[in-house]
Write a protein that binds this ligand. Structure first.
Ligand SMILES: [Zn+2]
Length: 378
Protein backbone atom coordinates (compact mmCIF):
# COMPACT_ATOMS: atom_id res chain seq x y z
CA UNK A 1 0.00 0.00 0.00
CA UNK A 2 2.87 2.36 0.76
CA UNK A 3 4.12 2.00 -2.80
CA UNK A 4 0.68 2.71 -4.20
CA UNK A 5 0.40 5.85 -2.08
CA UNK A 6 3.81 7.01 -3.22
CA UNK A 7 2.54 6.71 -6.78
CA UNK A 8 -0.24 9.14 -5.99
CA UNK A 9 2.05 11.62 -4.33
CA UNK A 10 0.75 15.04 -3.78
CA UNK A 11 -2.57 13.90 -2.41
CA UNK A 12 -1.74 14.89 1.12
CA UNK A 13 -1.15 18.47 -0.03
CA UNK A 14 -4.10 18.45 -2.40
CA UNK A 15 -6.95 18.69 0.04
CA UNK A 16 -6.75 18.93 3.65
CA UNK A 17 -7.35 17.93 6.07
CA UNK A 18 -10.28 20.23 5.52
CA UNK A 19 -13.23 20.75 7.87
CA UNK A 20 -16.47 21.63 6.11
CA UNK A 21 -19.09 23.22 8.37
CA UNK A 22 -21.87 25.76 8.41
CA UNK A 23 -23.55 28.13 10.82
CA UNK A 24 -26.96 26.79 9.74
CA UNK A 25 -26.63 24.04 12.36
CA UNK A 26 -26.34 26.62 15.13
CA UNK A 27 -29.43 28.51 14.06
CA UNK A 28 -31.74 25.62 13.30
CA UNK A 29 -33.28 22.77 15.21
CA UNK A 30 -35.73 20.00 14.55
CA UNK A 31 -37.71 21.63 17.35
CA UNK A 32 -39.96 20.39 20.13
CA UNK A 33 -38.70 17.34 21.94
CA UNK A 34 -36.94 15.87 18.90
CA UNK A 35 -33.63 14.16 19.74
CA UNK A 36 -31.95 16.42 17.15
CA UNK A 37 -32.94 19.60 18.94
CA UNK A 38 -29.48 19.46 20.56
CA UNK A 39 -26.58 21.48 19.10
CA UNK A 40 -23.90 19.27 17.58
CA UNK A 41 -21.89 20.66 14.65
CA UNK A 42 -21.74 24.13 16.23
CA UNK A 43 -20.20 22.57 19.36
CA UNK A 44 -17.55 20.82 17.29
CA UNK A 45 -16.71 24.06 15.46
CA UNK A 46 -16.57 26.03 18.72
CA UNK A 47 -14.38 23.43 20.42
CA UNK A 48 -12.04 23.17 17.45
CA UNK A 49 -11.72 26.95 17.28
CA UNK A 50 -11.15 27.22 21.04
CA UNK A 51 -8.38 24.64 20.77
CA UNK A 52 -6.71 26.38 17.80
CA UNK A 53 -7.45 23.48 15.48
CA UNK A 54 -9.11 25.46 12.67
CA UNK A 55 -6.21 27.48 11.36
CA UNK A 56 -6.08 29.22 7.97
CA UNK A 57 -7.12 27.05 5.07
CA UNK A 58 -8.57 24.33 7.25
CA UNK A 59 -12.19 25.47 7.41
CA UNK A 60 -14.59 25.70 4.48
CA UNK A 61 -18.16 26.90 4.64
CA UNK A 62 -20.54 24.34 3.20
CA UNK A 63 -22.48 25.48 0.14
CA UNK A 64 -26.15 24.57 -0.09
CA UNK A 65 -26.72 21.96 -2.80
CA UNK A 66 -28.97 23.04 -5.63
CA UNK A 67 -32.19 21.03 -5.98
CA UNK A 68 -31.03 19.66 -9.33
CA UNK A 69 -27.82 18.32 -7.74
CA UNK A 70 -29.88 16.37 -5.22
CA UNK A 71 -31.60 14.46 -8.01
CA UNK A 72 -28.33 12.59 -8.47
CA UNK A 73 -30.13 10.08 -6.21
CA UNK A 74 -33.39 11.58 -4.94
CA UNK A 75 -36.52 11.80 -7.07
CA UNK A 76 -37.38 15.27 -8.44
CA UNK A 77 -40.88 14.92 -6.97
CA UNK A 78 -39.48 14.35 -3.50
CA UNK A 79 -37.05 17.27 -3.69
CA UNK A 80 -39.90 19.51 -4.87
CA UNK A 81 -42.10 18.29 -2.00
CA UNK A 82 -39.32 18.97 0.52
CA UNK A 83 -38.83 22.52 -0.75
CA UNK A 84 -42.57 23.13 -0.81
CA UNK A 85 -42.93 21.86 2.76
CA UNK A 86 -40.26 24.31 3.95
CA UNK A 87 -41.89 27.19 2.08
CA UNK A 88 -45.38 26.44 3.39
CA UNK A 89 -44.34 25.33 6.87
CA UNK A 90 -46.81 22.47 6.53
CA UNK A 91 -47.53 19.33 4.53
CA UNK A 92 -50.72 17.67 3.38
CA UNK A 93 -51.65 14.20 4.55
CA UNK A 94 -50.92 12.95 1.04
CA UNK A 95 -47.36 14.33 1.10
CA UNK A 96 -46.82 12.94 4.58
CA UNK A 97 -47.88 9.48 3.47
CA UNK A 98 -45.98 9.49 0.20
CA UNK A 99 -42.73 11.20 1.25
CA UNK A 100 -42.50 10.71 5.02
CA UNK A 101 -42.44 14.46 5.68
CA UNK A 102 -44.21 15.99 8.67
CA UNK A 103 -43.87 12.91 10.87
CA UNK A 104 -42.61 12.64 14.44
CA UNK A 105 -39.19 11.51 13.15
CA UNK A 106 -39.01 13.93 10.24
CA UNK A 107 -41.00 16.97 11.32
CA UNK A 108 -41.74 20.15 9.42
CA UNK A 109 -39.32 22.84 10.63
CA UNK A 110 -38.21 26.17 9.19
CA UNK A 111 -34.93 24.93 7.64
CA UNK A 112 -36.14 21.44 6.68
CA UNK A 113 -34.85 21.80 3.10
CA UNK A 114 -31.97 24.24 3.57
CA UNK A 115 -30.33 22.40 6.44
CA UNK A 116 -30.10 18.94 4.83
CA UNK A 117 -29.29 20.57 1.47
CA UNK A 118 -26.36 22.28 3.23
CA UNK A 119 -25.14 18.93 4.58
CA UNK A 120 -25.45 17.42 1.11
CA UNK A 121 -23.68 20.43 -0.41
CA UNK A 122 -20.85 20.02 2.10
CA UNK A 123 -20.39 16.36 1.28
CA UNK A 124 -20.54 17.05 -2.46
CA UNK A 125 -17.97 19.84 -2.03
CA UNK A 126 -15.80 17.36 -0.13
CA UNK A 127 -16.05 14.96 -3.08
CA UNK A 128 -14.76 17.70 -5.40
CA UNK A 129 -11.93 18.63 -3.05
CA UNK A 130 -10.94 14.97 -2.84
CA UNK A 131 -10.87 14.52 -6.60
CA UNK A 132 -7.07 14.28 -6.59
CA UNK A 133 -6.83 12.96 -3.03
CA UNK A 134 -6.84 14.21 0.53
CA UNK A 135 -8.84 14.18 3.74
CA UNK A 136 -12.16 15.93 4.34
CA UNK A 137 -14.42 16.06 7.40
CA UNK A 138 -18.09 16.95 7.19
CA UNK A 139 -19.58 16.44 10.66
CA UNK A 140 -22.97 17.73 9.46
CA UNK A 141 -23.11 14.83 7.00
CA UNK A 142 -23.85 11.18 7.63
CA UNK A 143 -27.63 11.07 7.16
CA UNK A 144 -27.54 7.42 6.17
CA UNK A 145 -31.26 6.58 6.44
CA UNK A 146 -32.52 8.94 3.69
CA UNK A 147 -34.35 7.19 0.83
CA UNK A 148 -34.72 8.22 -2.81
CA UNK A 149 -38.35 9.24 -2.51
CA UNK A 150 -38.85 9.79 1.22
CA UNK A 151 -37.50 11.06 4.49
CA UNK A 152 -36.56 8.36 6.99
CA UNK A 153 -35.12 8.14 10.50
CA UNK A 154 -34.38 11.87 11.08
CA UNK A 155 -32.80 12.03 7.59
CA UNK A 156 -34.34 14.12 4.80
CA UNK A 157 -31.60 13.53 2.23
CA UNK A 158 -28.92 10.86 2.02
CA UNK A 159 -25.68 12.82 1.87
CA UNK A 160 -23.41 9.75 2.10
CA UNK A 161 -25.02 8.35 -1.07
CA UNK A 162 -24.86 11.74 -2.81
CA UNK A 163 -21.20 12.12 -1.85
CA UNK A 164 -20.30 8.65 -3.08
CA UNK A 165 -22.15 9.19 -6.36
CA UNK A 166 -20.38 12.55 -6.72
CA UNK A 167 -17.02 10.84 -6.21
CA UNK A 168 -17.99 8.24 -8.75
CA UNK A 169 -18.94 10.93 -11.27
CA UNK A 170 -15.51 12.52 -10.77
CA UNK A 171 -13.88 9.27 -11.81
CA UNK A 172 -13.23 7.76 -8.38
CA UNK A 173 -13.98 4.11 -8.99
CA UNK A 174 -13.71 1.89 -5.95
CA UNK A 175 -15.29 3.21 -2.77
CA UNK A 176 -15.25 1.53 0.64
CA UNK A 177 -18.03 2.79 2.94
CA UNK A 178 -17.68 2.03 6.65
CA UNK A 179 -20.46 2.90 9.12
CA UNK A 180 -20.02 2.76 12.92
CA UNK A 181 -23.28 4.50 13.84
CA UNK A 182 -25.44 2.59 16.33
CA UNK A 183 -28.09 2.19 13.61
CA UNK A 184 -27.85 0.24 10.36
CA UNK A 185 -27.25 2.31 7.20
CA UNK A 186 -30.38 1.14 5.38
CA UNK A 187 -30.45 3.99 2.84
CA UNK A 188 -26.81 3.59 1.82
CA UNK A 189 -27.23 -0.16 1.52
CA UNK A 190 -30.28 0.30 -0.68
CA UNK A 191 -28.23 2.54 -2.98
CA UNK A 192 -25.16 0.34 -3.33
CA UNK A 193 -26.18 -3.28 -2.65
CA UNK A 194 -24.90 -5.43 -5.49
CA UNK A 195 -22.45 -2.80 -6.75
CA UNK A 196 -19.13 -4.61 -7.06
CA UNK A 197 -17.22 -1.30 -7.13
CA UNK A 198 -18.49 -0.48 -3.65
CA UNK A 199 -17.67 -2.23 -0.38
CA UNK A 200 -20.09 -1.59 2.47
CA UNK A 201 -19.37 -2.44 6.11
CA UNK A 202 -21.73 -1.57 8.96
CA UNK A 203 -21.36 -2.21 12.70
CA UNK A 204 -24.66 -1.49 14.48
CA UNK A 205 -26.78 -2.51 17.44
CA UNK A 206 -28.86 -5.65 16.91
CA UNK A 207 -32.67 -5.54 17.25
CA UNK A 208 -32.75 -1.77 16.91
CA UNK A 209 -34.51 0.41 14.36
CA UNK A 210 -34.44 0.19 11.28
CA UNK A 211 -34.15 -3.60 11.92
CA UNK A 212 -32.18 -4.17 8.71
CA UNK A 213 -28.52 -5.19 8.49
CA UNK A 214 -28.72 -8.79 9.70
CA UNK A 215 -25.51 -10.79 9.69
CA UNK A 216 -26.74 -12.83 6.73
CA UNK A 217 -27.79 -9.79 4.72
CA UNK A 218 -24.99 -9.46 2.18
CA UNK A 219 -26.58 -7.16 -0.40
CA UNK A 220 -25.64 -9.55 -3.17
CA UNK A 221 -22.09 -9.95 -1.90
CA UNK A 222 -20.62 -6.49 -1.32
CA UNK A 223 -22.27 -5.72 2.07
CA UNK A 224 -20.84 -6.87 5.41
CA UNK A 225 -23.20 -6.33 8.33
CA UNK A 226 -22.09 -6.88 11.92
CA UNK A 227 -25.00 -6.52 14.35
CA UNK A 228 -23.68 -6.25 17.91
CA UNK A 229 -25.33 -6.77 21.29
CA UNK A 230 -25.98 -4.23 24.02
CA UNK A 231 -22.94 -3.16 25.96
CA UNK A 232 -20.60 -3.33 22.91
CA UNK A 233 -17.26 -2.14 24.33
CA UNK A 234 -13.95 -0.73 23.08
CA UNK A 235 -12.25 -4.16 23.03
CA UNK A 236 -15.10 -5.51 20.91
CA UNK A 237 -14.83 -2.59 18.49
CA UNK A 238 -11.10 -3.28 18.21
CA UNK A 239 -11.95 -6.92 17.39
CA UNK A 240 -14.36 -5.69 14.68
CA UNK A 241 -11.74 -3.28 13.35
CA UNK A 242 -8.99 -5.88 13.18
CA UNK A 243 -11.15 -8.87 12.27
CA UNK A 244 -13.51 -7.29 9.74
CA UNK A 245 -13.03 -3.65 8.79
CA UNK A 246 -9.30 -3.39 8.15
CA UNK A 247 -8.80 -6.70 6.32
CA UNK A 248 -11.82 -6.16 4.06
CA UNK A 249 -11.01 -2.52 3.26
CA UNK A 250 -7.31 -3.31 2.61
CA UNK A 251 -8.12 -6.23 0.35
CA UNK A 252 -10.63 -4.12 -1.59
CA UNK A 253 -7.91 -1.58 -2.50
CA UNK A 254 -10.31 1.36 -2.56
CA UNK A 255 -9.73 4.67 -4.31
CA UNK A 256 -11.69 6.34 -1.50
CA UNK A 257 -12.82 5.44 2.00
CA UNK A 258 -15.99 7.05 3.34
CA UNK A 259 -16.54 6.70 7.11
CA UNK A 260 -19.89 7.46 8.73
CA UNK A 261 -18.82 8.25 12.26
CA UNK A 262 -22.11 8.49 14.17
CA UNK A 263 -21.57 9.21 17.85
CA UNK A 264 -24.64 7.34 19.11
CA UNK A 265 -22.68 4.16 19.92
CA UNK A 266 -20.96 6.06 22.74
CA UNK A 267 -22.17 4.82 26.12
CA UNK A 268 -23.88 8.04 27.25
CA UNK A 269 -26.06 8.29 24.18
CA UNK A 270 -29.78 8.12 25.01
CA UNK A 271 -30.88 6.36 21.80
CA UNK A 272 -28.75 3.22 21.89
CA UNK A 273 -27.47 0.69 24.40
CA UNK A 274 -23.91 0.36 23.18
CA UNK A 275 -21.01 1.21 25.48
CA UNK A 276 -18.10 2.56 23.47
CA UNK A 277 -15.84 5.34 24.64
CA UNK A 278 -14.96 7.99 22.10
CA UNK A 279 -11.47 6.47 21.93
CA UNK A 280 -13.02 3.74 19.77
CA UNK A 281 -14.14 6.30 17.19
CA UNK A 282 -10.72 7.91 17.01
CA UNK A 283 -9.08 4.48 16.69
CA UNK A 284 -11.28 3.63 13.70
CA UNK A 285 -10.54 7.00 12.09
CA UNK A 286 -6.79 6.61 12.59
CA UNK A 287 -6.76 3.03 11.28
CA UNK A 288 -8.69 3.85 8.09
CA UNK A 289 -6.88 7.07 7.30
CA UNK A 290 -4.07 5.59 5.25
CA UNK A 291 -5.94 2.83 3.44
CA UNK A 292 -6.84 4.96 0.43
CA UNK A 293 -5.67 8.21 -1.20
CA UNK A 294 -9.03 9.82 -0.35
CA UNK A 295 -10.68 9.82 3.07
CA UNK A 296 -14.08 11.37 3.67
CA UNK A 297 -15.33 11.36 7.26
CA UNK A 298 -18.95 12.17 8.06
CA UNK A 299 -20.95 12.62 11.25
CA UNK A 300 -24.23 10.78 11.79
CA UNK A 301 -26.30 10.02 14.87
CA UNK A 302 -25.50 11.29 18.36
CA UNK A 303 -28.03 12.70 20.77
CA UNK A 304 -26.13 13.59 23.93
CA UNK A 305 -24.77 17.08 23.18
CA UNK A 306 -21.64 16.61 25.27
CA UNK A 307 -20.68 13.19 23.98
CA UNK A 308 -21.30 14.20 20.34
CA UNK A 309 -19.30 17.42 20.62
CA UNK A 310 -16.39 15.77 22.42
CA UNK A 311 -16.35 12.70 20.15
CA UNK A 312 -16.43 14.65 16.89
CA UNK A 313 -13.92 17.29 18.04
CA UNK A 314 -11.59 14.38 18.84
CA UNK A 315 -12.19 12.93 15.38
CA UNK A 316 -11.08 16.23 13.86
CA UNK A 317 -7.98 16.23 16.07
CA UNK A 318 -7.09 12.78 14.73
CA UNK A 319 -7.57 13.86 11.12
CA UNK A 320 -5.70 17.13 11.61
CA UNK A 321 -2.84 15.59 13.57
CA UNK A 322 -3.58 17.51 16.76
CA UNK A 323 -2.88 16.22 20.27
CA UNK A 324 -5.83 15.88 22.63
CA UNK A 325 -5.10 17.82 25.80
CA UNK A 326 -5.60 15.94 29.06
CA UNK A 327 -7.57 18.89 30.44
CA UNK A 328 -9.36 21.37 28.24
CA UNK A 329 -8.29 25.00 28.29
CA UNK A 330 -10.80 27.45 29.77
CA UNK A 331 -12.25 28.61 26.42
CA UNK A 332 -13.07 25.04 25.40
CA UNK A 333 -14.51 24.23 28.81
CA UNK A 334 -16.76 27.27 28.46
CA UNK A 335 -18.16 25.85 25.21
CA UNK A 336 -19.12 22.62 26.96
CA UNK A 337 -20.47 24.32 30.09
CA UNK A 338 -22.69 26.44 27.86
CA UNK A 339 -24.62 23.46 26.51
CA UNK A 340 -28.02 22.52 27.86
CA UNK A 341 -30.08 19.38 27.55
CA UNK A 342 -33.77 18.74 27.84
CA UNK A 343 -33.15 15.35 29.40
CA UNK A 344 -33.05 14.99 33.15
CA UNK A 345 -29.62 13.34 33.26
CA UNK A 346 -27.12 15.70 34.83
CA UNK A 347 -23.87 16.10 32.90
CA UNK A 348 -20.75 14.66 34.46
CA UNK A 349 -17.88 16.99 35.34
CA UNK A 350 -15.55 15.20 32.87
CA UNK A 351 -17.91 16.17 30.03
CA UNK A 352 -16.88 19.79 30.64
CA UNK A 353 -13.20 19.36 31.31
CA UNK A 354 -11.93 16.64 28.93
CA UNK A 355 -12.30 15.44 25.33
CA UNK A 356 -11.17 11.81 25.64
CA UNK A 357 -13.36 9.42 27.63
CA UNK A 358 -11.83 6.85 29.96
CA UNK A 359 -11.34 3.63 27.90
CA UNK A 360 -14.20 1.14 28.15
CA UNK A 361 -12.46 -2.17 27.60
CA UNK A 362 -14.03 -5.51 28.40
CA UNK A 363 -14.29 -9.10 27.25
CA UNK A 364 -14.92 -9.82 23.57
CA UNK A 365 -18.10 -11.88 23.85
CA UNK A 366 -18.41 -15.24 22.05
CA UNK A 367 -21.29 -14.09 19.83
CA UNK A 368 -19.13 -11.29 18.47
CA UNK A 369 -16.26 -13.68 17.77
CA UNK A 370 -18.69 -16.07 16.04
CA UNK A 371 -20.17 -13.34 13.87
CA UNK A 372 -16.73 -12.06 12.89
CA UNK A 373 -15.71 -15.60 11.97
CA UNK A 374 -18.86 -16.01 9.85
CA UNK A 375 -18.10 -12.77 7.98
CA UNK A 376 -14.43 -13.69 7.56
CA UNK A 377 -15.47 -17.00 5.98
CA UNK A 378 -17.40 -15.27 3.20
ZN1 LIG B 1 -27.73 6.32 14.60
Amino acid sequence: MAVQRQGEKGWAETAGPVFIGSEIYRRSSYGGAHPLRVPRVSTVIDLARALGWLGPGRYRTSPRAKPAALTLWHSPDYIAALQAAEAAGAVSAAVRDRHGLGTVSNPVFPQMFRRPATSAGGVMLAAELLRHGGVAYVPGGGTHHGLPDRANGFCYLNDPVLGMLALRRLGVGRIAYVDIDAHHCDGVEQAFAGDAETLLISVHEERRWPFTGALEEDGGGNCFNLPVPRGFNDSEMRAALEGLILPRVSAFRPDAVVLQCGADAVEEDPLSRLALSNNAHRAVVAALRDLAPRFLVLGGGGYNPWSVGRCWAGVWATLAGEELPEWLPAEAETVLRGLGWHRRRAPEEAWFTTLADPPREGPVRPEIRQRLAALAAR
